[in-house]
Design a protein around this ligand. Structure first.
Ligand code: CMP
Length: 229
């Protein structure tokens, strides 16, 4: 991206809202653009890290990976979202890995440059804190599901959450276009792909959901809610 394009992009990023024209110029001049192919790891958990990343194009999943390669998705981030703020702020190693879900472009900003922006703009610190709180809330809820719910209960809850956050109400029910692979959906529900498939089939047989290649339709929300146990 040319400097001018980077500046225009930064002006649309909520985190940087309210900077002066000179500050956008300065930030654009210190951003480094990097592109990653689908499936490429942008940063590895436990590595040292001193940069903040902002997604300019594509989608990134934040994952923790077990020694045997199994991965658990903590969050999925998209256009204009940021990540890498934790190591940048506390100086500890990366708390998780970040993997490109599609061909993705990110802008990276060094700790030194970002701290300069932070010192001059307290609003940015507040926005980062708000985002960290939201992510922690999400993770707490997720942990609660892993600790207390059965696998069908977790799948039911993930479907209800997706329906509420991104579903489309239709006469048939709430249509969810997840944009996720079954493996990703299973990982978010904290289960295996095989178990997810079995549970979805059971829900379908019981008339709670309809399963298509690209969509999942919640037909009976109350019935699904009763399965969150
Ligand atoms: P950092 O620890 O520097 O590198 C990994 C990044 O993943 C981290 O900063 C956050 O930006 C992001 N991250 C870590 N945990 C979560 C989570 N639970 N939900 C969403 N994003 C997270």
């Amino acid at each position: 991206m040319q400097r001018e394009k980077v500046r225009l992009f930064l002006q649309e990023v909520a985190l940087f809202e309210g900077l002066s024209a000179a500050e956008y110029d300065e930030l654009a001049s210190v951003c480094r653009e990097r592109t990653f192919a689908k499936g490429h790891t942008i940063l590895y958990g436990d590595d040292p890290g001193t940069t903040l990343f902002v997604i300019a194009k594509g989608s990134v999943k934040i994952v923790v990976v077990a020694d045997d390669g199994r991965e658990h998705i903590l969050g999925i981030l998209g256009d204009k979202d940021f990540f890498g703020e934790m190591s940048l702020l506390d100086g500890e190693p990366r708390s998780a890995s970040a993997v490109a879900r599609d061909a993705s472009t990110v802008l990276s900003i060094s700790r030194e440059d970002f701290q300069g922006v932070l010192r001059r703009n307290t609003d940015i610190s507040l926005k980062i804190l708000t985002t960290i709180c939201q992510r922690l809330r999400h993770t707490d809820r997720h942990l609660e599901a892993l600790a207390f719910l059965s696998a069908p209960g977790r799948v039911a809850r993930v479907l209800l959450d997706l329906g509420r956050n991104q579903g489309e109400k239709t006469a048939k029910g709430t249509v969810i276009r997840t944009g996720m692979t079954r493996q990703e959906l299973a990982s978010i529900a904290g289960t295996t792909r095989e178990t997810l498939t079995r549970v979805l089939m059971e829900f379908q047989e019981d008339g709670l959901v309809d399963i298509d290649r690209d969509t999942l339709t919640v037909r009976k929300e109350d019935g699904l809610r009763a399965r969150v146990v």
